[in-house]
Design a protein around this ligand. Structure first.
Ligand code: ADP
Ligand code: MG
Ligand code: MG
Length: 252
């Protein structure tokens, strides 16, 4: 089963240190949630793990099943099974959703092991149905003119088809109404197994009513300052973050 580990990760953006030493271990089958106020570095953590060039990793280690992730380029990380559903997915004109997905799947399967077009189309159609997506999205340009909710469903569609080993969802719940949220959550829950771990970044406890985390971590000022179980998310929802700051003597 999958083992993902982050040790002492530090990272900066434009010379400003954002991540100040993140430690986190995720085993296959586990769902970890990271919650925290705006601007504490949650998206930075996600981007740094994926190898986004804007974020400079200045220290620490990241491993996926014993492989050094920080040594890998962006494409290699995706091939190794890292997946990020982004807070703001980008639009790519001229590339259809189906083309994009088929190349991504084939890159992951490797040369000589490509999925047949028919099999791919069948799988894509089946997953789109599960996500209650309009079949026309297959041939639309990637994310172009998609609503916020459609983009989020499309990110989950990618996850389902790519079968990653580590799934990072960055505020997948933002811009989703309750029905869409339930559909997205069902998609995630269907993918939950020993082969993959999940890191779910969210502002709101609401998402965690539908995707039940095993562990909840609070991130503040570039560090994980507190970890617990689902009850921690409930307390944050009810009382906000001030009590955590008081408990830990954090001044902002
Ligand atoms: P969160 O996801 O927790 O809201 P972010 O990781 O997006 O926080 O941001 C952490 C800090 O890094 C903030 O102070 C933010 O302004 C800064 N930051 C994030 N992305 C960039 C960027 N591309 N360029 C400059 N500063 C950034
Ligand atoms: Mg934010
Ligand atoms: Mg963010």
């Amino acid at each position: 089963s999958t083992q993902f580990e982050i040790r002492g990760l530090t990272a900066s953006i434009e010379e400003k240190q954002i991540l100040k030493g993140i430690d986190l271990k995720i085993n296959g089958g586990e769902i970890h949630a990271i919650m925290g106020p705006n601007g504490t570095g949650k998206s930075t953590l996600a981007s740094a793990l994926m190898g986004h060039p804007k974020y400079e990793v200045t220290g620490g280690e990241v491993s996926l099943n014993g492989e050094d992730v920080l040594e890998m380029g962006v494409d290699e990380r995706a091939l190794a099974g890292l997946f990020l559903a982004m807070q703001y997915p980008s639009e790519i004109t001229g590339v259809t959703n189906a083309d994009f997905l088929r190349s991504a799947i084939n890159a992951r399967r490797g040369e000589g092991n490509e999925i047949s077009l028919i099999k791919f189309v069948r799988q894509m159609e089946a997953k789109m149905k599960e996500l209650e997506m309009n079949p026309e999205f297959m041939h639309r340009y990637l994310n172009e003119g998609f609503s916020g909710g459609e983009k989020k469903r499309n990110e989950i569609l990618q996850m389902m088809l790519l079968e990653p080993k580590l799934v990072i969802l960055d505020e997948i719940d933002s811009g989703l109404d309750i029905d869409a949220l339930k559909i997205v959550a069902a998609g995630v829950n269907a993918m939950r197994d020993e082969a993959r771990g999940f890191l779910i970044i969210t502002h709101y406890q609401r998402l965690l009513d539908y995707i039940k985390p095993d562990f909840v971590h609070v991130m503040m000022q570039g560090r994980i300052v507190k970890s617990g179980g689902p009850e921690l998310a409930e307390r944050l929802e009810a009382e906000g973050y001030d009590w955590v700051k008081e408990e830990l003597g954090i001044v902002d």
